[in-house]
Design a protein around this ligand. Structure first.
Ligand SMILES: [Zn+2]
Length: 261
């Protein structure tokens, strides 16, 4: 499947390096599929939708970065997006779902529970119901049973297309997931916010202090996030030649993925 790498949300967090929102646009036999959405046009028109954390993360909120606009620039229509698979429900990952009201929104059952159906007090503060107030068609999945590259809890989303795999990796949020995509010449593993910086998985590039400070603050379950780092680092060390590991926010990983697509 052909995959386009889109930055759908430049951010300039206070005291930290500038970051991107790395979104995948996948051309399948079953229409277009988005992996995450970044910020959407409604967030840009009404930034209060994002809550007070926007003053720390300082998103650019540029119309030309919205997935809907980038898709049209590539010559597609917004209606061509039939499915959106999200890593989790934080504002910088699902803001764009309202720009594709007919698309099915695929997520883990645990994430739907934590963000929409039965959020704890902490989750109520974290997630922004305005982003799903348009009544999207959620499709919930419980990845278990199937194995994928050493992960026990995975599920190939064959109802969308062969070669799209949801891998449960809770920790950052209750139902956070990584998403594997068969891009033909390689597999991509979009790890969302399971890690923020390449140094976390390669063990060599220094991780900026701001990133090391922020990651546990944003984690719902710090121990699980640390365990996830270890598992992802192990996968990276295996050096599987056909696998490229990505995360949502690192600008260098985004630039590398885009230039080698
Ligand atoms: Zn994020």
């Amino acid at each position: 499947m052909q995959v386009h790498h889109l930055n759908c949300g430049s951010m300039h967090p206070v005291g930290a390096p500038a970051v991107v929102c790395h979104v995948l646009l996948v051309e399948t036999n079953n229409g277009l599929v988005l992996i995450d959405t970044g910020y959407g046009l409604r967030d840009i028109a009404q930034p209060t939708r994002l809550g007070p954390t926007r003053h720390y993360f300082r998103p650019a909120l540029a119309t030309d970065e919205a997935a809907a606009c980038q898709i049209e620039r590539l010559g597609f229509a917004r209606e061509d997006v039939r499915h959106i698979v999200v890593t989790h429900f934080d504002v910088d990952h699902i803001g764009g779902i309202s720009d594709f009201p007919e698309a099915h929104i695929h997520t883990t059952a645990a994430e739907l529970l934590g963000a929409v159906r039965n959020p704890s007090l902490r989750e109520k503060v974290r997630f922004r119901p305005a982003q799903w107030a348009h009544g999207p068609k959620f499709v919930e999945h419980t990845p278990d049973g199937e194995k994928w590259r050493g992960f026990a809890a995975a599920k190939e989303l064959t109802d969308i297309a062969a070669g799209i795999v949801l891998v449960a990796l809770p920790g950052h949020t209750r139902g956070h997931a990584c998403i594997g995509v068969d891009a033909g010449h390689r597999w991509l593993l979009h790890c969302g916010d399971a890690f923020y910086h390449p140094g976390t998985i390669d063990g060599q590039t220094p991780v900026p202090r701001a990133v090391r400070t922020l990651e546990p603050i944003l984690a719902l379950d710090r121990k699980r996030v640390r365990d996830n780092h270890a598992r992802l680092a192990e996968l990276y060390r295996r050096g599987e030649p056909d696998l490229l590991m990505l995360c949502s926010h690192d600008a260098s990983l985004f630039a590398h993925a885009k230039s080698t697509a």
